[in-house]
Design a protein around this ligand. Sequence first.
Ligand SMILES: *Cc1c(COP(=O)(O)O)cnc(C)c1O
Length: 348
Amino acid sequence: MIAVPSPLRLRLSSEALVANWRWLARQSGAAACGAALKADGYGLGARAVMRHLAAAGCRDFFVATWAEAAALMPLPAGVSLSVLHGVGEDDMVAARLLPARPVLNSVEQVQRWRDRGEGQPCDVMVDTGMNRLGLRVEEALGGALDGLAIETLHSHLASADEDSEQNGQQLAAFRALHERIPARRYSLANSAGVCLGDDYVFGLTRPGIALYGGIPRVEAAEHIRQVVFPEARVLQVRAVPAGETFGYGASWTAPRDSRIAVVNLGYADGYLRCHAGSGGATWEGQALPLVGRVSMDLTAFDASDVAGMREDEWLHLDYDLPDVSARCGLSQYELLTGLGSRFERIWN
Ligand SMILES: *Cc1c(COP(=O)(O)O)cnc(C)c1O
């Protein structure tokens, strides 16, 4: 096999990832701080994220599906993995064979695990007001979980990124569950929930986005570092005379004799068309605004004011998550999880 270099890459900082986890772990106080690894580690690569965080001391990991769990095997020594979407009929073989626990989400799933889980450990999700996944509080308190050996009892906050009354309501509901349903541990907070303070952390926290550089609430802004740095190679630098246009729809007209750098990046890579108008990149510290539309695998940046820009140089895309999110309208989560497989992921 020949090694084929990719013209686009994600530079990933393991140092920033671990520093973000350590900050979240400090905010979690006496509670253990886990890590959500679903969607391939929010697009960074779940295996590598797990390896770096396990080496730093993280012990509790969460994925959405059994396919995601299988892709993480074999697990590093001493870590635990929970599968948030529970266990459907088709998941039973994987759930029995893999060293991971289902997070049981419904009375049906609890029954399935009682009947055929062979006494293996499980987590349980109780819904405290989001109405997405989880048993209803009445079901949980009404006997549906009696006698079940629960490793971790979870609930999930719907509005933790806002100063919403719903946070206090969900906290009160979870406290009632904490008093009445025995489990080895209790877990309520995602990244934003960790920022809500000590009341929300219980025995285990489940941050995701903040590990990867997202700012879930202002309280985190000074502490969370950027982890993901996308770069794209310049395929061509072309002179566009004043008055000529660029690209599909001829949506950009050169206001002066211009030089544009065309890079190997587009919406097929998760760099979506909404970046047009606000996107940008830098090269050797100089800013290059995006021009025209984003195509499937090509995007152009204005290099008119950048001396020395040539083919084969690498542009650093603007990817500060809260800033880019505010400018293009995608959420910080979408900005990460959309990054496609054509990016070579390079950790340092
Ligand atoms: C995704 C997820 C998390 C992590 O949420 P972030 O907002 O990324 O911190 C935690 N718990 C559950 C149940 C989730 O689905």
